[in-house]
Design a protein around this ligand. Structure first.
Ligand SMILES: C[S@@+](CC[C@H](N)C(=O)[O-])C[C@H]1O[C@@H](n2cnc3c(N)ncnc32)[C@H](O)[C@@H]1O
Length: 253
């Protein structure tokens, strides 16, 4: 494609306001036959972030000041929890907000925060530590933060033991319906996908960091939580499909 100076100037001037110009440019580069695989990968990531940025800004306009929320879910996606303020960067959340920028909630009044299969999708350490610190800020004394993530410890143990049952169950429960299933033909592929799942996805944010019980405990303790312990999977709150292969903790402020 041809991009003249005027187009680039337009992107620089107008694009920063709503990033629409940059989005168009990225779209054109993605379509261009001369673009390389590596460039397209980077552009897909940029396009995703432009979308998140635009959604976040629109969400901020809908929410001029911090809210009070007794129960909060972060990163619930389409699993809205009744009685919770559901915060995500995509609809149908109650509040559209990029939580890497903090939580749009007042200090010290929240009783319970729930976040499941979310933490591994944001960057460690900067955003992960910021989100947990923000959870600490908004919780009331004795308030609880429940975190659930894919259990990297379980998968690494299973890899070391060459456990055929876990391998089969992972394939069935996590990858059976995926169109990239053909690429999982060794145990190490399964280990890799805990760390890097959806690495090249157009739609989803990839896994950026892996967690086990120790890591969740350490993160919450570092943020100031006075007690952190395993949380027994409660299907009235948590996704029943996540019961197997996940590790959950509850941290008390
Ligand atoms: C794998 S989904 C998990 C959905 C649901 N919790 C579950 O267990 O089925 C991860 C969710 O985190 C959300 N998410 C990722 N990054 C986010 C961010 N920076 N701010 C808010 N939500 C985010 C995504 O939009 C997505 O809905």
């Amino acid at each position: 494609m041809e991009t003249d100076d005027a187009t680039l100037a337009q992107v620089a001037l107008d694009g920063w306001e709503d990033l629409a110009g940059l989005d168009v440019l990225v779209g054109q580069l993605l379509e261009a036959p001369t673009s390389t695989h590596g460039l397209r990968r980077a552009l897909r990531g940029l396009r995703r972030e432009i979308g998140v940025f635009q959604a976040h800004r629109a969400g901020c306009e809908d929410l001029p000041e911090r809210i009070t929320a007794r129960r909060v879910q972060l990163g619930g996606g389409s699993r809205l929890l009744p009685g919770f303020v559901n915060i995500d960067i995509i609809p149908p959340a109650d509040v559209i907000f990029d939580v890497r920028e903090g939580l749009p909630i007042v200090d010290g009044e929240t009783e319970f925060i729930f976040a499941e299969h979310f933490l591994e999708h944001i960057d460690y350490p900067v955003s992960v530590k910021r989100v947990i610190a923000e959870c600490y800020r908004v919780l009331q004394p004795d308030g609880q933060l429940v975190l659930g993530v894919p259990d990297a410890g379980m998968i690494i143990d299973a890899y070391v033991d060459s456990d055929p049952d876990i391998r089969e169950r992972m394939m069935e429960e996590w990858y059976a319906n995926r169109d990239d299933r053909a690429h999982f033909n060794t145990y190490l592929d399964l280990v890799n996908y805990v760390f890097r799942d959806q690495d090249d996805s157009d739609r989803y944010t990839p896994h950026l960091w892996a967690y086990d019980l120790d890591k969740l405990v350490s993160l919450c303790a570092e943020a100031g939580f006075r007690k952190v312990e395993p949380w027994p999977h409660d299907p009235t709150i948590a996704n029943p499909d996540r019961a197997w292969g996940s590790v959950y903790t509850v941290a008390y402020k």
